[in-house]
Design a protein around this ligand. Structure first.
Ligand SMILES: Cc1cc2nc3c(=O)[nH]c(=O)nc-3n(C[C@H](O)[C@H](O)[C@H](O)COP(=O)(O)OP(=O)(O)OC[C@H]3O[C@@H](n4cnc5c(N)ncnc54)[C@H](O)[C@@H]3O)c2cc1C
Length: 424
């Protein structure tokens, strides 16, 4: 541990380090939210509940046309064996998304999610997760293969963790429910943002499309194309989902199965089986993602590796599917909060690598009225509502709904602070 990290660690637990100081609290006004996926829709929901007038702006013609536009998504918690930041955030996000679904009147298909203990290592991890009690027994049950088979409706050779409240959701309907009451501007590719007391949102033709008090960048990888946030280290990971008709062995399935990948019960005559997770090259970033030759074969092979009989005989080349890009970060945490003024951070905190006492630094300076919610990775349908609630608390100055250390683990300034500590 460097001297700097040691000093940072010894900051009083309830006091925020200066580089994560709170942004100026704002009264309700007009907000433009760039991006109409689950990040943007959740942000609109959180701000509207606090009296803000919200406009969702998207380059596509409807909500949820990119990563949030799959025909099916799975909602389940991500629990870690050790109570680290990652595990605590996703456990809190899980509790919060369940409350959000009640608020917006959405129900998941019954049956829940069975996370299968597919090998000895996963069984040992599940024992630790169950013993850690991050979730109450009504939300998490550990069971043997016979009990898991009863719930699944088909024979399973593995024990499992059962999440009774989890299940499959229609992501487009979910986004639409969250966006209800917001104005929308579709077909607008936001190219620039200009601040002159208020924010002007400017399209690719140079036309000012709206003027607002605050802007929230909820546009996934697109945030890195705007100058104010170009320094965010966001990365694209391509994913493809396979849609397959049921076989005699799979037709009775009534719970979502998770095994690294996932398979949903057949709905409208199709199972959703997913999802691939691939690095992509820079030139692919500009082309719409498409399903590739071996995507379905890989999704079926991952399933067959644990449950060989379920989709036996299905010909991958005959299947349909959908591909999209996930927006990820190296630390696997979303990016949520006020946008740092990059130049001010680099000068105010330039000495971080020397480990001066943290209390000697000035408070962080932000781009006024500019916020970001991105980097939702592979779990955005679960984490977006809590991330949006945290973002709304950054805007209004309310208490954060999670502990300070979780909020700062999501803070956009963390990437600059890490660079400054390394002397980059
Ligand atoms: C194959 C696959 C399967 C998945 N399965 C699951 C799952 O089962 N469960 C789960 O929780 N998560 C799942 N995920 C992850 C989840 O889909 C994402 O985390 C989530 O959808 C990200 O939401 P978002 O709103 O940040 O991004 P997006 O949904 O991509 O939304 C960003 C929006 O911003 C718009 N935009 C970008 N730039 C601009 C601009 N300059 N101007 C105007 N608009 C702009 C885009 O048009 C887009 O609508 C999956 C992802 C993939 C790819």
């Amino acid at each position: 541990m460097s001297q700097g990290e040691d000093l940072i660690k010894r900051a009083p637990p309830d006091q925020l380090q200066p580089w994560f100081a709170r942004a100026t609290a704002l009264p309700p006004g007009r907000a433009a939210i760039i991006g109409g996926g689950i990040a943007g829709a959740s942000t609109a929901h959180a701000l509207r509940r606090r009296g803000w007038q919200t406009t969702i702006i998207d380059r596509r013609k409807e909500l949820a046309q990119e990563a949030s536009g799959n025909p099916t998504g799975v909602l389940m918690p991500r629990l870690t064996a050790a109570p680290n930041l990652d595990g605590r955030f996703y456990a809190a996000a899980w509790r919060f998304v369940l409350r959000t679904l009640v608020d917006i009147g959405m129900q998941l298909d019954a049956g829940g999610v069975l996370q299968l203990a597919t090998d000895a290592a996963e069984a040992a991890r599940q024992n630790m997760v169950a013993a850690d009690a991050a979730l109450p027994p009504a939300m998490l049950r550990q069971m043997d293969a016979a009990a898991a088979s009863d719930i699944a409706g088909c024979a399973l050779p593995f024990g499992a963790l059962h999440f009774p409240q989890g299940g499959a959701i229609d992501p487009r309907a979910y986004c639409a429910a969250l966006a209800q009451g917001s104005d929308v501007l579709f077909g607008v590719d936001v190219a620039r943002l200009r601040h002159d007391g208020r924010w002007q949102v400017i399209d690719a033709a140079g036309e000012v499309r709206t003027e607002v008090d605050i802007v929230v960048l909820a546009n996934a990888l697109g945030a890195a194309s705007l100058p104010q946030t170009a320094w965010l280290p966001l990365a694209a990971r391509r994913g493809a989902l396979t849609l397959a008709p049921p076989t005699p062995a799979s037709a009775a399935l009534r719970a979502v199965l998770a095994y690294g990948g996932y398979m949903t019960p057949a709905r409208g005559g199709v199972h959703s089986i997913g999802a691939t997770f691939d690095w992509i090259s820079a030139h692919e970033l500009n082309a719409p993602p498409v399903v590739r030759g071996d995507d379905h074969a890989r999704n079926l092979a991952d399933l067959a590796h644990v449950l060989p009989g379920l989709m036996a005989g299905v010909e991958p080349r005959a299947l349909a599917g959908r591909a999209a890009l996930r927006c990820t970060t190296a630390d696997h945490m979303p990016v949520v909060g006020p946008v740092p003024d990059e130049g001010a951070y680099r000068s105010d905190f330039a000495e971080l690598r020397h480990g001066h006492p943290w209390a000697r630094y000035p408070g962080a300076r932000y781009v006024p009225g500019l916020y970001v919610l991105t980097g939702l990775g592979a779990r955005g349908l679960v984490s977006a509502p809590l991330a949006a609630e945290i973002l709304a608390a950054h805007v209004t100055g309310e208490s954060w709904p999670v502990e300070n250390d979780l909020t700062t683990a999501l803070h956009p300034g963390r990437f600059l602070v890490r660079e400054l500590k390394r002397g980059i």
